[in-house]
Ligand binder design. Structure first.
Ligand SMILES: Cc1cc2nc3c(=O)[nH]c(=O)nc-3n(C[C@H](O)[C@H](O)[C@H](O)COP(=O)(O)O)c2cc1C
Length: 210
């Protein structure tokens, strides 16, 4: 089937994108305003764009004609923490996605404890096995209050339990038990069906004589 985004309603284009680009990792963003008021919300228009330098991207929409609290805080302070979401915290993550008023601290509403960050002001979520402390690199405005935030990862925290070899930076990915967002309003994926497909270098390929 052929679909032309120019001929479709925006909601339908959104459905086609979010039910095909799967699963999407979830950035559980903790930010704070200039009075230090904390905010947390999940964003699945998210991925790592570069490993070295470590750069991540977030796509943040709008509440009607108003910036989302996370977008406003990131614009004001240039700092935030991306926590990754383990299966154990899926309900808490869902609570933090409720469109509460700006004064509400979603971390409190979801009963989440925090731990201090090392290089940025907003804290990280205690139960999250991975947290990236981020500083904004660039904000690309997409119109209608939507934007892409590109950020440098300035500090990385990984649960000790999930680190196999700290010197070699080997992580036990199964221990992280992370979830990804799927389609519709409430579908998620748990990464329980892993398989290996080793890379082939050019010399190997040529040795096969094909
Ligand atoms: C799993 C999940 C992923 C989400 N991803 C996005 C996203 O990528 N971009 C976005 O603008 N909103 C996304 N949302 C909605 C926001 O989390 C929601 O609008 C939230 O209230 C924003 O909070 P804030 O105003 O405190 O920043 C997502 C919600 C859920 C549950």
């Amino acid at each position: 089937m052929y679909f032309d985004p120019d001929q479709l309603d925006g909601k339908n284009v959104y459905k086609l994108i979010t039910s095909t680009v799967l699963p999407r990792p979830i950035a559980w963003v903790v930010s704070q305003n200039d009075q230090g008021r904390l905010n947390a919300a999940p964003f699945s228009f998210f991925n790592a764009m570069s490993g070295n330098p470590p750069v991540v991207a977030l796509g943040i929409g709008a509440h009607g004609q108003v910036l989302k609290d996370s977008a406003r805080n990131i614009r004001e302070s240039g700092e935030f923490v991306i926590n990754l979401v383990p299966f154990a915290l899926i309900e808490a993550m869902n609570i933090t996605s409720i469109e509460f008023e700006a004064e509400v601290n979603e971390l409190e509403m979801a009963g989440l404890a925090t731990l201090p960050s090392t290089k940025v002001a907003p804290p990280r979520i205690a139960g999250s096995p991975v947290a990236f402390e981020c500083r904004t690199l660039q904000i690309i405005d997409l119109g209608e209050m939507r934007s892409i935030v590109l950020a440098n990862v300035v500090a990385i925290h990984i649960d000790d339990e999930a680190v196999l070899d700290a010197e070699r930076c080997h992580v036990d990915v199964r221990k992280l038990d992370l979830v990804g967002r799927m389609h519709g309003g409430g579908w998620y994926a748990r990464l329980n069906e892993l398989f290996e497909q080793p890379r082939i270098d050019l010399a190997d390929w040529q040795a096969r004589g094909r």
